[in-house]
Design a protein around this ligand. Structure first.
Ligand SMILES: Cc1cc2nc3c(=O)[nH]c(=O)nc-3n(C[C@H](O)[C@H](O)[C@H](O)COP(=O)(O)O)c2cc1C
Length: 390
């Protein structure tokens, strides 16, 4: 199968993933919350960032390499943490992390992955970033960080934009609960997707492995937690600023805070010794009433001119990566795109996605006359913020 002909864009991978995985799985990945307006704003405002096409620049080869938080990367993008990743395709976490390691780009493992950090140690190589939903229990926090570090994860991501459960209506309509409880509609959908189902049964029903362990420990210590339905409660505390300071003290490596949208929060975090700010609105999965993520980038860049910035939410191609970099991001991460890829093509998906993104970046940098990523801001047509949600 010639992947470049059949699946030249992320949208092709999405379409194929939709056919290959059960309905509840696709809805889990693809949905946001509420009326999904924020997801549309994320896309619309990205599309509104324009570059000047360049002519007569002469011969040049675009260089996509970058240095981010002290490490060299051949490409300025990677895979964002996605909970329950292994539900998208059997062994998804291992497949995607191995593809990232091979390409020399970061892979963010979620606290609510379907594998343990130790199980990814053999595949992540030097590319592991570990994402933490701060547990309320300080012993669990410390233990989680110790295990992540011992498994080779060198960069910590602390996600702070999930203070409450979000409604996720599409996910509910598809009957998906977290952790999943099998029902009749799911069984029918699984029977219609035998490759996914057989592979999933072979690997074992996906579950939130790390949460399960802490839930089991909590169970042993108290009667308060008596079912896995409480795992999320154990894992997701409702952190405040003090908790960030406590984690900063515990983690001696690079630390990013994910889910920042306001310049003043970015400044405060930087002053607290946080190494990098991750501008994200969780791709519209938590809150439907906020601005697009890309529209926040210029003001945050201006507020913290020297702090590394990661961007995500709505990125669906190489051109979007260039847009975010031009507006002030140093690095761009994608959640859904990597999972459409693995759902569409299994092991072949993530490497193919990386090729799509790389080729798209090179082609578009050629069109706008940018030889390096540092030249991108000068190629912008509209000044930062123009045409975007205030
Ligand atoms: C299915 C799904 C699960 C996610 N789970 C997590 C998670 O466990 N932790 C986290 O910090 N972010 C999580 N995110 C958010 C991603 O890390 C990232 O912010 C978002 O996917 C980026 O937008 P994109 O999907 O448009 O690329 C999840 C996103 C999706 C789509």
């Amino acid at each position: 199968m010639d992947l470049n002909t059949r699946f030249p864009a992320v949208s092709d991978l999405r379409k194929r993933a939709k056919r290959r995985v059960p309905h509840f799985v696709f809805e889990y990945l693809d949905s946001s919350t509420g009326a999904e307006d924020q997801t549309q704003r994320n896309r619309g405002d990205l599309q509104d960032v324009h570059f000047w096409p360049a002519i007569l620049k002469g011969k040049f080869d675009p260089d996509l390499s970058t240095t981010f938080m002290g490490r060299d990367y051949p490409l300025p993008f990677g895979c964002a943490p996605v909970g329950m990743s292994g539900i998208m395709w059997p062994r998804a976490e291992k497949i995607i992390s191995a593809a990232c390691a091979k390409a020399g780009i970061p892979y963010g493992m979620s606290t609510v992955a379907t594998v343990l950090p130790e199980q990814l140690a053999p595949t992540i190589g030097d590319q592991g970033w570990f994402q933490m939903y701060m547990p309320g229990n300080p012993d669990f926090r410390a233990d989680m960080l110790k295990r992540a570090k011992a498994s080779g994860f060198h960069t910590l991501i602390v996600t702070v934009d999930t203070p409450f459960e979000s409604s996720r209506e599409r996910q509910r309509r598809a009957n998906l609960t977290i952790p999943p409880k099998v029902n009749l509609a799911m069984i029918i959908s699984m029977m219609l997707h035998p490759e996914w189902t057989l592979g999933t049964l072979k690997e074992g029903i996906p579950s939130l492995k790390l949460c399960e362990e802490y839930a089991a420990q909590a169970n042993a210590n108290s009667t308060e937690f008596h079912s896995l339905a409480h795992a999320g409660h154990i894992i997701r505390g409702q952190p405040g600023w003090d908790d960030i300071a406590a984690i900063r003290d515990l983690w001696d490596g690079p630390m990013l805070v994910k889910g920042v949208q306001k310049p003043e929060d970015a400044v405060r975090l930087t002053e607290m010794g946080i190494d990098g700010i991750w501008v994200s609105n969780h791709s519209g999965r938590q809150f439907d009433g906020g601005p697009s993520s890309i529209s926040r980038l210029p003001a945050i860049r201006a507020a913290i001119p020297d702090t590394p910035i990661v961007f995500d939410s709505g990125v669906m191609g190489g051109l979007d990566i260039l847009r975010a970099l031009a507006l002030g991001a140093d690095f761009v991460m994608m959640g859904r795109a990597f999972h459409y890829a693995v759902g569409a093509l299994g092991e072949k998906g993530p490497p193919h996605l990386i090729n799509i993104l790389r080729d798209d970046m090179i082609s578009n940098m050629g069109q706008i006359g940018a030889g390096t990523l540092a030249e991108l801001p000068a190629c912008l047509m509209n000044p930062p913020g123009a045409g975007q949600t205030p």
